[in-house]
Design a protein around this ligand. Structure first.
Ligand code: PMP
Length: 427
């Protein structure tokens, strides 16, 4: 595989950007090697600067559920850009996107658009604190909610990859407002709330954890979170930045039938442009400025280009045929990968929720951060490079979810499964 141009660019990038990248996991540190520099992408394929074509299961870490450069999105964006790129004033587009999101998420009565998932979680926590007049936040080990100071503790994603539970630059006093519990541990949760509820403003959770691979909640876990938070007047926040429109049209809350007080969204609702959002119960969201006293703002929030891409994406997702096709493709991939591992004699655990998934190199059921860590990351590394060599691009870390898009074809799946079988055989 020729990667001469990528290598050259990486050298240049290292001189001008920390680690040569603008977001850590992209640097391929977890798998050891040079990151690919991307020239373009279309449908299910991504192309590097050396001209290699790959079937893409990263999809910009989730947003591109329709595939790259989806024609209706591109067409609408071209039209929108002619009208100016930002006004910093209200547009009817914002109402349209808000209405589309509300239709999919009945728990969202009012919504505020922001520019990233990080902003969404940070702001949701602020309004939860304003609403309850309490300070502490409960989060779960291995869940990642963006690089918010108080949440960069026992986080997944880049944190899990690099084994850094905390970040430099985060004051201990911030972390002291965060309580960390194991995911899926109902008893630990109940006991903690019983003891500390008076100080707890909110509980934030990835209802399906995509930042430790893909970990499913036990049925009673999410229900317990709902019942207990309601009992103690604590705000329940579902961080559906990754799961929103992925696990189901209405996110994990639709799939598991649990209604949070607030929901954070990102990725898919921006159709590949920088967007985030948070929303939920009217009486909580009404506290957000200028309606209420919780300050939160953004120069580019509700940006017309980003909102346009989101609208076009959600329009396609609003058709039931879209999810039927996605489900069919995902089932083929699931079946194929499981069979390939079995035939090659490699013990793996495969999990998926809607169109997000992960293959762990372990025999243990993965239910939380500790069991996720039983995965053989050396085997994963070999798997990653074996797949890349065969022109399949998966996330360069064991602790990230994979995604498929509407553009992935049965032929793509066949090629991927063949590549997986051959790679498994090499392990
Ligand atoms: N929450 C979750 C669940 C995420 O997966 C991510 C990003 N991977 C974020 C929040 C942060 O989003 P962003 O990178 O857009 O700030």
């Amino acid at each position: 595989m020729k990667t001469r141009k990528s290598k050259k660019l990486y050298k240049k990038a290292l001189a001008v950007m920390p680690g040569g990248v603008n977001s850590p996991v992209r640097a391929f540190r977890a798998v050891g090697g040079n990151p690919l520099f991307i020239a373009k992408a279309k449908g299910s394929k991504i192309y590097d600067v050396d001209g290699n074509e790959y079937i893409d299961y990263v999809l910009s870490w989730g947003p591109l559920i329709l595939g790259h450069a989806y024609p209706a999105v591109v067409k609408a964006l071209k039209k929108a850009v002619e009208k100016g790129t930002s006004y910093g004033a209200p547009t009817s587009l914002e109402i349209e996107l808000a209405t589309l999101v509300k239709k999919a998420f009945p728990s969202i009565e009012k919504i505020r658009m922001v520019n990233s998932g990080t902003e969404a979680t940070m702001s949701a926590i602020r309004v939860a604190r304003g609403f309850t007049k309490r300070n502490k936040v409960v989060k779960f080990e291995g869940c990642y909610h963006g690089h918010v100071d108080g949440l960069l503790v026992s986080a997944g994603s880049g944190g899990a990859t690099f084994g850094i539970p905390d970040s430099l630059g985060v004051p201990q006093s911030y972390i002291s407002e965060t309580i960390i519990l194991p995911f899926n541990d109902t008893e630990a949760f109940k006991n903690t709330l019983k003891q500390h509820w008076k100080e707890i403003a909110c509980v934030i959770v990835e209802p399906v954890v995509g930042n430790m691979g893909c970990i499913l909640p036990k049925e009673e876990f999410l229900k317990t979170l709902r019942e207990e938070t309601e009992k103690y007047g604590i705000v329940l926040i579902f961080d559906e930045v990754m799961t929103g429109f992925r696990v189901a049209f209405g996110g994990a809350q639709q799939y598991y039938r649990v209604k949070p007080d607030l929901t954070c969204l990102g990725k898919v609702i921006g159709g590949g442009l920088p967007v985030g959002a948070y929303g939920g119960r009217k009486e909580i969201m009404s506290l957000v400025a200028p309606e209420g006293g919780v300050y939160q703002a953004g120069t580019l929030s509700g940006n017309p280009l980003a909102v346009t891409a989101g609208i076009e994406t959600l329009k396609v997702l609003s058709k039931t045929s879209t999810y039927k096709k996605l489900e069919k493709t995902m089932q083929s991939l699931e079946r194929g990968l499981k069979d390939a591992a079995k035939q090659a004699g490699v013990k793996v655990k495969f999990y998926r929720a809607g169109t997000m998934f992960c293959t762990y190199f372990t025999e243990k059921e993965v239910i939380d951060a500790q069991t996720a860590k039983t995965s053989d990351t050396e085997a994963f590394k070999k798997f990653f490079w074996g797949m890349l060599k065969r022109r399949v691009y998966i996330a360069p870390s064991q602790f990230e979810a994979g995604f498929i898009s509407l553009a992935h074809t049965e032929k793509d799946i066949e090629k991927t499964v063949k590549a997986a079988y051959e790679t498994f055989k090499e392990l």
